[in-house]
Design a protein around this ligand. Structure first.
Ligand code: ZN
Ligand code: ZN
Length: 622
């Protein structure tokens, strides 16, 4: 999983995840007109201003690429002024003094703006633009439609109280490496002043939450208190400006109280016998729409679901074959059980090779240089030594989503920011749960996890995306492309012999890969076909060879997100299909490194658009 905008944290679920381009590449733009003055405890904070503007008209038909870029740059900077905390999470620190209070009027204002921006974008015609800008046009249009749909139809701001979490926005404001601590604390001071009205609005918005999102909100928003109780005070301690320190301390007190009031409100809601809830399942109609907006795939949700069912069967057959080959090596003359029981037994045996709980992080750290060396030796991609990956413990406000490890990048506007590899310390796990988790992430699978999350998966893809010359492709990163790439690299590395790629490694790879396939089957079945918890877990354990802890975590995730679990298999399928298509077309001229670097050069765009561009490119060359 890639955690760029932690999906459960940000109100920003709106447009999916984001990727890059240096903010410096944009022209400096004026700050919003009625910028609030530094707020003291007494002053009422003003919301980030940005009046709705009528659509701008391009000069004539045949509007140029340049005009499109200029107008979308303006739209983007307005977009960020309306979504300042989201802006922070993508590394755009221009609006760090603001918080977008989720009041009814603010949400209405966003809708008016989004609709106007969409009209503006649609004044351009797809066919008047060059291929690369056409890609931007399609992405931008889709994202604005999606943002509108999120607010006027999907409306998770009413039923997902965990969206109201400011922990990360404050943490990132303070960890911005490009500003002095004193300046950052002043921004924090201004931001803190919004918190009471922010949570008052959040409370007003609550309308029949799901039980699952309510529980998550209580856990994560409590977790976010660490930022206010510890991280901010620690920064204050390093300052000598006593009046500022006193001001922030006072604001901090009020902010913390407001957060605790909100958590208490949620806890009371949970305790009250008359509280009403909605099903976490969004149903087929919403699901299909969300799938189309979010994945922008060549395939529909049901097509991908059906392909996943076929793939599941193929993988299970491959696993049977490998088990048959390996059997005597591990069990000698012992008779082999029939069916998937033999595969299960083989996996159990291999899973016993895993690192100790207390060494989990060290195990991950020592594998990374080996992977980088392999890339160089096999000439698969060019790594960038100037962008180091920092391995760290998952921050508490990000815990609870069931992921063992995830990448957390600095975002598109912060090319100098650090990319973190968050590793869970398995806190809150009983010894049995930890053992189950570690068997799942055994010595084989942990290597594949590292390929996926780090090298040459998410981390490498991000480094490339950060060089992409298109702001839109970079900023509105496509989740299916991003996850699809990571899943693709797992297989590609093994095809090249990484691991080493023994039968054991392949067997474990298939078990892991089956998870991507199962994610799709599960998500669709749970959300659209009403699959229940018991059946979902049975499917994961019996047919997906998953450990109980993994199945429990996945069920939890499936109740908290929708369509996200389809990113993996959908993106993988599209990338792998594209590679086959190009191999056929190019024959002897096909080169794996060229394919990888060309593919990544488009930034995190939907694979269907990258495919069009790459096929056109090949067609142009004799
Ligand atoms: Zn991932
Ligand atoms: Zn063990």
């Amino acid at each position: 999983m890639l955690k760029r905008i932690p999906k459960f944290l940000a109100i920003a679920l709106v447009v999916g995840s984001f990727v890059n381009v240096s903010f410096a590449q944009q022209k400096p733009q004026p700050k919003p007109a009625s910028q609030p003055k530094p707020t003291t405890a007494q002053q009422q904070p003003k919301p980030a201003p940005s009046p709705a503007k009528p659509p701008m008209r391009p000069p004539s038909s045949g509007a140029s690429d340049a005009m499109f870029k200029k107008i979308t740059d303006t739209i983007l900077s307005q977009f960020w002024s309306w979504n300042p905390t989201w802006a922070t999470t993508v590394g755009n620190h221009r609006y760090d003094e603001f918080v977008d209070v989720p009041s009814k009027s603010k949400i209405g204002g966003k809708l008016i703006n989004y609709r106007n921006w969409l009209k503006t974008v649609e004044l351009f015609s797809n066919k008047d633009l060059s291929p690369s800008v056409r890609m931007d046009y399609n992405i931008m249009r889709n994202q604005l439609k999606y943002a509108i749909w999120q607010l006027d139809t999907f409306q998770s701001y009413k039923w997902n109280p965990s969206e109201y979490n400011l922990g990360q926005a404050f943490d990132l404001t303070l960890s911005n490496p490009n500003k002095r601590l004193h300046d950052k604390v002043q921004l924090v001071n201004m931001r803190l002043a919004y918190i009471p009205q922010y949570y008052a609005a959040a409370q007003q918005n609550l309308d029949r939450p799901t039980k699952e999102h309510l529980d998550l909100a209580i856990q994560q928003i409590n977790g976010s208190l660490e930022v206010f109780d510890k991280i901010i005070p620690d920064s204050l301690a390093k300052l000598t400006d006593e009046p500022l320190k006193a001001g922030v301390t006072e604001q901090l007190g009020k902010a913390t109280q407001a957060i605790k009031r909100y958590v208490k409100f949620l806890e009371d809601y949970k305790k009250s016998p008359t509280s009403q809830y909605r099903d976490f399942r969004i149903g087929k109609e919403m699901y299909d729409r969300k799938f189309d907006y979010e994945l922008q795939s060549r395939y529909t949700a049901v097509q991908i679901y059906e392909r996943a069912l076929i793939r599941k069967k193929q993988i299970q057959e491959e696993m049977q074959k490998l088990t048959t080959k390996l059997w005597s090596k591990y069990y000698g003359k012992q008779p082999m059980p029939t069916g998937i029981a033999a595969v299960q037994k083989m996996i159990d045996t291999l899973s016993a090779q895993h690192c100790k709980r207390e060494d989990f992080m060290d195990c991950i750290k020592t594998m990374l240089p080996k992977q980088e060396a392999f890339l160089k030796d096999k000439d698969l991609l060019t790594p960038d030594p100037t962008k180091p990956l920092v391995v760290r413990v998952t921050p508490p406000y990000m815990e609870g989503s069931g992921a063992g490890a995830s990448i957390n990048d600095p975002g598109p506007y912060d090319p100098n920011g650090k990319t973190y590899y968050n590793v869970s310390l398995l806190t809150g796990y009983t010894p049995e749960q930890a053992e189950s988790f570690l068997r799942e992430y055994n010595d084989y699978i942990l290597q594949i996890l590292n390929i996926h999350e780090a090298i040459p998966g998410h981390y490498t893809q991000l480094v490339y995306a950060n060089r992409s010359p298109s702001i839109i492709k970079s900023v509105f990163g496509n989740g299916a492309m991003i996850e699809g790439w990571a899943v693709y690299t797992e297989r590609m590395m093994l095809e090249e012999g990484y691991g080493p790629a023994t039968d054991e490694m392949w067997l474990m790879y298939y078990k892991w890969h089956l998870r991507s396939v199962m994610n799709t089957i599960l998500d669709y079945s749970i959300q659209c076909l009403n699959m229940n918890e018991a059946d979902a877990k049975k499917l994961m354990v019996n047919e997906g060879f998953q450990q109980q802890a993994e199945a429990d975590g996945k069920w939890k995730r499936a109740t908290l997100s929708q369509v996200q679990l389809c990113y993996y298999f959908t993106g993988f399928t599209e990338i792998y299909d594209l590679r086959d298509e190009l191999k056929k077309k190019q024959g002897d001229k096909f080169n794996l490194k060229d394919f990888h670097e060309k593919f990544l050069s488009y930034g995190s765009a939907p694979v269907k658009y990258i495919r069009e561009a790459m096929l056109a490119d090949v067609a142009d060359k004799p």
